[in-house]
Design a protein around this ligand. Structure first.
Ligand SMILES: [Zn+2]
Length: 143
């Protein structure tokens, strides 16, 4: 099955995001903050470069023209845990939707937030199929 073939990539991405060890980073100006260390590289002159990620207030970050941000995981405080992605052939009479966890990297295009009840109902009625990447399980999560 294709979903089985995708598994290792997803596991690596989840590990990358959640298990990168913490480091302290000194910013220009001297402020020290905490980040995550993702990679180390030594250049030809012997100097080490570290690839780190830092949590920053959105006001300090600007998009760059031409970059695609549609795959960036997005988590809103208090927002529903699920989103429904409409496939190209989805119509109100014949639903063709994919249910994702809200932060799923594979969710793209026309997305609609869904409550636990909606997510369960859409799967149960066959109006939506569960994403192969994030494997949403609203019934298990809803308890
Ligand atoms: Zn997904």
């Amino acid at each position: 099955m294709t979903s089985q073939m995708c598994q290792p990539t997803i596991i690596i991405e989840l590990m990358y995001e959640h298990l990168a060890p913490r480091v302290t980073v000194t910013l220009p100006g001297g402020r020290v903050t905490e980040g995550r260390l993702h990679a180390r590289r030594q250049d030809s002159g012997g100097q080490w470069w570290f690839e780190v990620s830092l949590p920053m207030p959105a006001a300090d970050v600007r998009p760059i023209d031409g970059e695609n941000y549609s795959h960036v995981p997005t988590e809103r405080h208090g927002s529903p845990a699920w989103v429904l992605q409409a496939l190209r052939h989805d119509t109100p009479k014949r639903r063709a939707l994919v249910l994702h966890r809200a932060a799923c990297w594979a969710a793209e295009g026309r997305l609609t937030p869904a409550s636990d009840m909606e997510a369960i109902a859409f799967l149960r009625h066959g109006w939506a199929t569960a994403c192969d990447a994030c494997k949403p399980a609203p019934e298990a999560d809803a308890g």
